[in-house]
Design a protein around this ligand. Structure first.
Ligand code: ADP
Ligand code: ADP
Length: 223
């Protein structure tokens, strides 16, 4: 499971009476297990759309459905990775990965180590986030997300601050994780190459603030 349906979602911000249409009447559907990228220029509303799907913000109008049910706020079933990691700096990597399970009272011995190994981070359990490189921090962030066993991975430019080689490695790693686990991935990027490399399907979000936004659906043949 992990299908996403976005039905006529708009999000309007009104900072100081200014009317900013961040997302304009977007309808889209993502099947469970699909890897979909959302490609579009900066400011076109990608992050806002992801925030609506994550449940971090309520649409001004329209609804987001997951597995046919209207969502009501954030949920561990929808894990999010941002461009810069949100690891807690005062906790070790292992403690960070265990945050979700700990909140549910379900920490399993060795589970964090397993996930870290899966992300090529064996031996970093007792390190602090600041001791890891940017790429390693993002891998730890993915391990932390996987610890919650989410049906849906929502990724907002997770690799765009990384150098080209690191980015390539993380893209491959993410594809392997996706291939093994059959989770739904919605991945936001402004990088055309990245969007085409990763996805089964690319949703192209056009135009900037205040202009008509359109979702163009491009089906790809995986090489
Ligand atoms: P993208 O992720 O494609 O760069 P965003 O979703 O971040 O686009 O932003 C879309 C538009 O909405 C931009 O014009 C942005 O400045 C505006 N916006 C986003 N979040 C807010 C907010 N919290 N308050 C006011 N305007 C916002
Ligand atoms: P991205 O790098 O994904 O385009 P931004 O840097 O535009 O994201 O925005 C980062 C965060 O700031 C988001 O949570 C977004 O909602 C918020 N934000 C963006 N634009 C504005 C704005 N004009 N006023 C207030 N918050 C904003």
């Amino acid at each position: 499971d992990g299908s996403i349906h976005v039905e006529s979602v708009s999000k309007v911000y009104d900072p100081d009476g200014e009317h900013v249409v961040a997302v304009d009447d977007v309808t889209l559907h993502i099947d469970a297990g699909e890897f979909v990228t959302v490609l579009g220029p900066s400011g076109c509303g990608k992050s806002t759309l992801l925030e609506c799907i994550a449940g971090f913000t309520d649409p001004t109008s329209g609804n987001v459905y997951v597995d046919g049910e209207i969502i009501d706020g954030p949920s561990a079933e929808r894990g999010v990775v941002f461009q810069s990691n949100r690891l807690l700096p005062w906790m070790t990597i292992e403690e960070n990965v265990d945050i979700g399970p700990k909140m549910r009272g379900a920490v399993e011995d060795g589970r964090a180590s397993q996930l870290l190994e899966r992300m090529g981070l064996e031996g970093t359990e007792n390190a602090y986030p600041s001791e890891l490189s940017g790429g390693m921090q993002q891998r730890a962030e993915i391990a932390r997300l996987l610890a919650n066993d989410p049906d849906i991975m929502l990724m907002d430019e997770p690799f765009s601050a990384l150098d080209a080689l690191t980015k390539e490695m993380l893209q491959e790693m993410l594809l392997e994780v996706w291939d093994d686990d059959n989770r739904t991935v919605l991945f936001i990027t402004h990088d055309v190459e990245e969007a085409l490399f990763l996805a089964d399907r690319v949703l192209v979000m056009t135009a900037g603030p205040g202009r008509v936004k359109e979702i163009v659906d491009v089906d790809l043949e995986r090489p």
